[in-house]
Design a protein around this ligand. Structure first.
Ligand SMILES: C[S@@+](CC[C@H](N)C(=O)[O-])C[C@H]1O[C@@H](n2cnc3c(N)ncnc32)[C@H](O)[C@@H]1O
Length: 289
């Protein structure tokens, strides 16, 4: 009896292994020439499955990709590739209630009173700053880590700052776990826990800056750390009623610096988590004036 149940237990495990290959173990490691197919859903899922990813989430990733294209939130080969290579589900796994919702068009609760931004918003904000390989990009508001995960597929020089220290530590842990799994592009991300209002002086200047928390003005230190010719995308406005602006910094022939602003949603209000302020080691209020 015992022997028979041992045999059938082994058979069951073998069957399970056949049904679900080692999605949780390792994947084919990242390289710059990995190029997921963009022609059909079937080809994309088969390719991702061959890499070691879970077809359940690959199907959702493809469907969201199609919706983002239709909505003009994603364009250009490099950003499309970044989206298709980023496993949002791995970042959403911090909260079982949102894990399977990773590809929804929604802000999702990741704990600590903050959210993971939705894919459409992240796609548009990433596209707008038009990151080229080799450029230095600073993100303010690491949160779930997904936004910087996209950037890590566009350049090897990504920097991200999170004000909530335990959240910064947790997200760094996710990057490190994923690097071990084969998502070695996350080695491109340098992260720290700090108040992002002051930027990252030692690493400045930056070609691009992406701010993912809302504030009523453009922080002067961030503008100062942006290169002339650089772009920043930032939600600006009163609490809960920000507009997402693309800020371009240019230098004239006489050396004078000018900035121009453009609303990337043509005036639509997009509410964001507030750009909070650190006093000592405590978060106290916001940087709004
Ligand atoms: C919308 S959420 C996270 C978005 C994130 N980029 C993502 O992909 O999930 C914004 C984040 O900004 C962080 N934040 C707010 N004020 C900050 C500050 N002064 N410095 C750095 N991070 C800040 C919040 O704690 C929160 O994690």
């Amino acid at each position: 009896m015992k022997r028979r149940s041992f045999v059938s237990g082994t058979a069951a495990l073998a069957t399970a292994a056949l049904v679900r290959p080692a999605f949780a173990a390792t994947i084919k490691p990242y390289s710059w020439d990995l190029n997921p197919p963009t022609d059909t859903r079937e080809n994309f899922i088969a390719w991702g499955k061959g890499r070691g990813e879970d077809p359940y989430f690959l199907a959702q990733r493809w469907d969201r990709f199609q919706a983002m294209l239709r909505n003009k939130d994603l364009w250009g080969a490099a950003t499309i590739r970044a989206f298709l290579l980023t496993p949002r589900e791995e970042f959403a796994a911090v909260n079982p209630a949102i894990h399977k919702r990773a590809y929804e068009h929604a802000f999702l609760d990741i704990g600590y009173g903050v959210t993971m931004s939705g894919p459409h918003l992240q796609g548009r904000m990433t596209n707008v700053i038009d990151v080229k390989r080799g450029e230095k990009v600073l993100e303010i508001g690491t949160g779930s880590g997904v936004q910087s995960a996209y950037i890590a597929n566009l350049t090897e020089n990504a920097y991200t700052i999170e004000i909530i220290k335990p959240l910064a530590d947790r997200t760094r842990g996710i990057y490190d776990k994923l690097i071990d799994k084969g998502y070695t592009e996350y080695q491109h991300i340098k992260s720290k826990a700090a108040d992002g209002y002051y930027g990252w002086e030692e690493a400045a200047p930056f070609d691009k800056i992406i701010v993912t928390c809302g504030i009523d003005h453009v922080p002067p230190p961030l503008l100062q750390q942006l290169k002339a010719g650089g772009l920043m995308v930032i939600p600006v406005g009163p609490p809960g009623a920000q507009r997402v602006l693309k800020v371009a910094k240019t230098q004239g022939a006489d050396g004078s610096i000018t900035t121009s602003r453009e609303d990337i949603y043509g005036g639509k209000i997009v509410p964001f988590v507030p750009f909070t302020k650190l006093e000592g080691d405590k978060i106290v209020g916001t940087h709004n004036r």
